[in-house]
Design a protein around this ligand. Sequence first.
Ligand code: KIV
Length: 305
Amino acid sequence: MPDKVTIHTLKKLKQAGQKIGMVTAYDATFARILDDAGADVILVGDSLGMVIQGHDSTLPVTMDQMVYHCRAVTRAAKRAHVVGDMPFMSYQGPWEEAVRNAGRLVAEGGVGSVKLEGGEEFAETVTRIVRASVPVMGHLGLTPQSVHKMGGYVVQGKDEQQARKIMQDAIALEQAGCYALVLEGVPLELAQQVSQRLTIPTIGIGAGLYCDGQVLVCYDLLGMNPDFKPKFVKRYADLYGQIKGAAEAFFSEVRAEAFPDEAHSFKSKTIRLVASNPEVPPPAASAEDDKGADGEKVQIYGVPV
Ligand code: KIV
């Protein structure tokens, strides 16, 4: 059994100058593959609202849905540290509610930490959750739950004022007790300065190469949506093409009666094949009455071949 990655492992990786590999997963099958591939961190992201549920934002995702997906992933991830995203409106209210919801992701979902979006204004909430023994990963820059406030999915921190605010938020989150910080959709220069300033690891997505680690949505890196081609995503496979090709081959073999063949079928030692004739009525006698002599295959229904 491989050593489980913990929040302490991640801090040590930053100190040793080793990059952290993080990826999203939403079910046990993907979690197993990504864990076997060596993921340090698996994020059960609220991006599932888009890639699993087909919404155009992450906003409709509920706590119950997050718990469900976290449970599926944590059953399969043996080595990776699993982080559960806190969905929209699960932590923006009173901190007591945020602590309760963070606790659900740990107790019911089995995750090792939670992630929430936002800066200084959530410092108190972060501290309260951490005090309840639930580690918190922060998330700054392009924060998808604030899509309406941002006016779309646009790069943040490009001008000095915005950049200063992000730096200030990052410091506040570290001081509040975050063990790591996702930086999404920010210029690489800003991400570099934040990464140097903080002692906790930064994990970038669309934030350039100077972060302490990188995260991508698994469906994006696997090339499962041919229509989604943002600048920050690199496709390491064309699973859309491969899955579509495999499914087309299956349908074509089914239609050509090439699948299933004998190798993919079960055979009986006692029942024989009959000609298929839908006009022949079922035998009056029961199948039990239709036993053949020793060694002879019996007919259950239909016309003998
Ligand atoms: O929900 C998600 O997948 C995320 C990552 C993009 C960081 O928050």
